[in-house]
Design a protein around this ligand. Structure first.
Ligand code: FAE
Length: 545
């Protein structure tokens, strides 16, 4: 087959997958496959050679590559399919006017920035519903994650950053970095639809004034900034600015979903996976346990919920090959529970260990009145302060927007620090829950590194921090939540060097739990590239079906 013909076939299949997703949503189906392209709910699948848990980055890569290899694959996703418009004609609600679609079974939103001028004006009462953003609470850390077909890609800022090669090699000493940077990172970026902002437009548009103001402040402290790529379509964004396309990134949409412009996984990997005709996705089904039958097959128990959260059915699935893509929290919790309740007793002590926050800390600075950030701000970050090479205090800080529709002079940042602290998940048999042993002292390490950098910026600009954004009276650094949960089933420790779980054959991890707690930049390109590497290996070796 010629390359051209292959490409035509792929795009035809991709389109079929898109139609299947659209029709399933319109018809309110919870099972999505090529048959749903004809508005017929595919039959429930009780067993398949391969099951994938979760439809975020790791799950989506596994589903596509299995489907392309001709393997019948079932994806189980606890969130819903997001492409049915609500009463307002939109699939997702906006950040400034959140409704029940915003958060996973909450009665009030829990936005990262809790207050403005110490006023409780950000969060809103909502009705409980399987909304798109979840904030999972552990004792000293809460973690934001996406829920739905596409996982974190539905809610994230789209920043598609490849880490410096030397740091990748430091974090993954047993992985061939040349192969990653020569093959799997480029493959991941192509599949994800990564693109970059036109620098001339960036310099001239009002929508990125906030980033230019932060860049100037960093430069005054002798710090350099770098453009970062994104999966948001910048061509579309320019049309939004010109008034020729419906606004999304320029209408404040991001953490509760983007109605336009973003190449989330349902538009890329998952559409292509469904297009193979071999992949079915069941939505609103949460896998709660995994065990192994006498014949070596894996048995999964999953609860299917309705829009109120009521369990309407509990089902069992069986498969020969099991791919875990539930994310750092989802996958690790499943495996820790399986080991400690004895359903997969041969899992090693490394399962649950090596978890970190990617050194995340958020903070705001107050600019002088003449350093405006603009009432109009695009929600997709495109610049980072890059001080990673500073070995005494390595930090990469994303210059984040704060689109409130009025001038507020706040520069907001998500600092990614090289925090070496790690924590473990443990099973608490008394409550039947999985706990995370992260401590406030471990967050303090990230805060101190972020403070070192931003004290320099404040000193050079004669500016101060904002004290009014994170809920309590004088909190400057958000040290109690993160966006980048990483680790728990670390590559080369809980698994072999290709994500194959130690102690069991035909059991694979493909998501962020493989990354050892920190990767120095926003993580989804690395998660995707590692999943591509795993799938290439297991399919080539025949260690998958
Ligand atoms: P993930 O995408 O979380 O997917 C896991 C999926 O599994 C989810 O759909 C779950 O609902 C589902 N699931 C979990 N447990 C179960 C179960 N038991 N049964 C069935 N389904 C289950 O995992 N990263 C970047 O690189 N750039 C950014 O700009 C960026 N911005 C972010 C902004 C926000 C607000 C958030 C929350 C995250 C951001 N991230 C960003 C992080 C990024 O989205 C995250 O690292 C990836 O989504 C993780 O990919 P995984 O495949 O590990």
């Amino acid at each position: 087959m010629t390359a051209k013909l292959m490409q035509r076939q792929l795009s035809r299949r991709h389109i079929l997958g898109m139609i299947a997703l659209q029709t399933a949503a319109t018809a309110g189906l919870t099972r999505i496959g090529l048959r749903s392209a004809h508005a017929a709910e595919p039959a429930a699948v009780d067993n398949a050679p391969a099951v994938v848990v979760g439809s975020g980055y790791g799950g989506a890569v596994a589903a596509l590559r299995l489907g392309q290899a001709g393997i019948r694959t079932l994806v189980l996703e606890m969130g819903q399919l997001w492409n049915t418009a609500g009463g307002d004609g939109k699939v997702f609600c906006s950040t400034l006017a959140p409704d029940r679609r915003s958060m996973w079974f909450r009665t009030r939103t829990e936005a990262p920035l809790a207050t403005f001028l110490w006023l409780d004006v950000v969060n809103k009462d909502i009705g409980p519903y399987p909304g798109v953003l979840d904030r999972v609470h552990y004792d000293n850390m809460s973690v934001y994650v996406g829920r739905g077909v596409g996982g974190g890609s539905l809610v994230n800022g789209g920043m598609a950053v490849t880490p410096v090669k030397s740091y990748f090699a430091e974090q993954f000493p047993t992985v061939d970095a040349d192969e990653m940077y020569g093959t799997y990172y480029p493959r991941a970026r192509t599949m994800l639809g990564v693109n970059t902002i036109d620098p001339a437009w960036f310099e001239s548009t009002e929508w990125y004034r906030f980033a230019r103001t932060s860049r100037k402040a960093a430069a005054n402290a002798g710090l350099k900034t770098a453009f970062v790529p994104n999966v948001y379509d910048f061509g579309y964004m320019q049309q939004e600015a010109a008034g020729t396309a419906v606004r999304s990134a320029l209408a404040g949409e991001v953490i509760y979903g983007n109605n336009h412009g973003k190449r989330s996984l349902d538009k890329t990997y998952l559409a292509a996976a469904l297009g193979t005709g071999n992949v079915t996705i069941h939505t609103l089904e949460r896998v709660r346990s995994v065990s192994r039958a006498g014949d070596g097959s894996y048995v999964l128990t999953a609860d299917r919920i309705d829009a109120t959260g009521t369990v309407v059915e509990t089902r069992q699935y069986s498969c020969t090959y099991l791919f875990l893509g539930g994310g750092s929290l989802g996958t690790t919790e499943l495996l820790v529970r399986a080991r400690d309740t004895g359903t997969l007793p041969a899992l090693t002590a490394d399962v649950g260990a090596g978890w970190g926050t990617n050194g995340n800390t958020m903070l705001g600075r107050a600019n002088h009145v003449w350093d405006t950030v603009g009432a109009n701000q695009a929600t997709m970050p495109v610049l980072g302060i890059d001080d990673w090479a500073n070995t005494a205090n390595p930090v990469f800080a994303e210059i984040a927007p704060l689109p409130m529709g009025f001038e507020h002079w706040v520069s907001l940042y998500l600092a990614i620090t090289k925090n070496p602290e790690r924590a473990s998940f443990t099973y608490d048999s008394a409550s039947g829950t999985v706990k995370l042993g992260w401590t406030p002292a471990q967050s303090a390490v990230s805060v101190s590194m972020a403070k070192n950098l931003f004290d320099r910026i404040n000193l050079a600009n004669a500016t101060i921090y904002r004290y009014d954004l994170f809920g309590s009276a004088s909190k400057v650094f958000a040290d109690d939540f993160c966006y980048h949960p990483l680790g728990g089933c670390v590559l080369g420790k809980a698994t072999d060097d290709y994500g194959r779980v130690k102690g069991y054959d035909h059991l694979y991890v493909t998501d962020g739990s493989l990354v050892p707690g920190n990767i120095g930049v926003n993580p989804f390109v690395t998660i995707t590239a590692l999943a591509e590497r795993t799938m290439a290996r297991v399919l080539a070796e025949g260690t998958a079906p």
